[in-house]
Design a protein around this ligand. Structure first.
Ligand SMILES: C[S@@+](CC[C@H](N)C(=O)[O-])C[C@H]1O[C@@H](n2cnc3c(N)ncnc32)[C@H](O)[C@@H]1O
Length: 231
């Protein structure tokens, strides 16, 4: 598999590619990848889904539009474009748009600083269910051990997060570290049934007050005040 993606730029080691392919073939979805870059790891996962004839929801995020365009081209060239949805944005923005998304496999390969990995793990805490798998790229990278290198701090971020509390270590593969969640949200709880894509900008205070306060109050009052029911 590693050779099949050799022409796509990226930093995957053969052991990373092999594990990604294996997880792509067998791990329950949905999948989320943070850090698409030119689509090397995305292609490995999408190829695994195709080879294993699996219909799994798969989103891949990146903040860089030019890299996403190249990833899109790499996937299209291989006939894999319909296996993954590429999204421009951070994990925080993604979950603001899809608050009900519950990934069971997450490949974390975006911002490798302790702060960046910690930020990506934030919205995953309430979304990755028990049994979910997290694969951290650059888990074993010498740069993590250099305190002057602020761009790398993957194990440090893991150690300071809910992953250290709720997950068990499942091994090193290439330079990646795999964790399995053993305590977490019920895997059968698929959320509260809200729309999958919430297009209302809840980050705007006015919209938030309307949606989260004014409308529920009006709905509540309408139960007791007949005049309000027809509006
Ligand atoms: C190491 S590369 C990803 C490599 C890719 N997974 C592969 O194996 O081919 C890291 C990517 O993460 C993106 N990135 C950096 N910070 C990010 C963030 N906060 N959220 C999403 N992507 C981010 C960068 O633009 C870059 O393309």
């Amino acid at each position: 598999m590693h050779d099949a993606v050799a022409s796509i730029d990226g930093w995957l080691e053969p052991g990373d590619s092999m594990k990604l392919y294996e997880l792509g073939c067998s791990t329950p979805g949905p999948f989320l990848e943070i850090g698409t870059y030119r689509g090397k790891s995305t292609t490995v996962l999408a190829t695994a889904l195709r080879d294993a004839e699996r219909d799994v929801e798969f989103y891949s995020l990146d903040i860089a539009a030019d890299d996403l365009a190249r990833a899109r081209a790499a996937l299209a060239e291989r006939g894999l474009a319909d296996r993954v949805t590429l999204v421009r944005g951070s994990a925080t923005a993604f979950f603001r748009a899809l608050p009900e998304f519950r990934p069971r496999f997450v490949f974390i390969d975006g911002d490798h600083s302790a702060k960046g990995v910690g930020r990506d793990l934030g919205p995953l805490e309430t979304r990755v269910p028990e049994g979910g798998m997290l694969l951290f790229h650059d888990f074993r990278n010498p740069r993590n051990q250099d305190p002057r290198d602020r761009a790398y701090g993957v194990p440090q971020a893991i150690g300071a997060s809910w992953v250290a509390r709720d997950c068990e270590f499942a091994g090193e593969f290439g330079c990646a570290g795999l964790y399995r969640r053993v305590r977490g949200p019920d895997p059968d709880d698929t959320g509260d049934g809200r729309a999958g894509v919430d297009l209302i900008g809840l980050d705007r205070a006015g919209v938030r007050v309307l949606v989260q306060v004014a409308r529920p109050v009006k709905r509540y009052l309408a139960r007791y005040v007949p005049m309000l029911r027809r509006r």
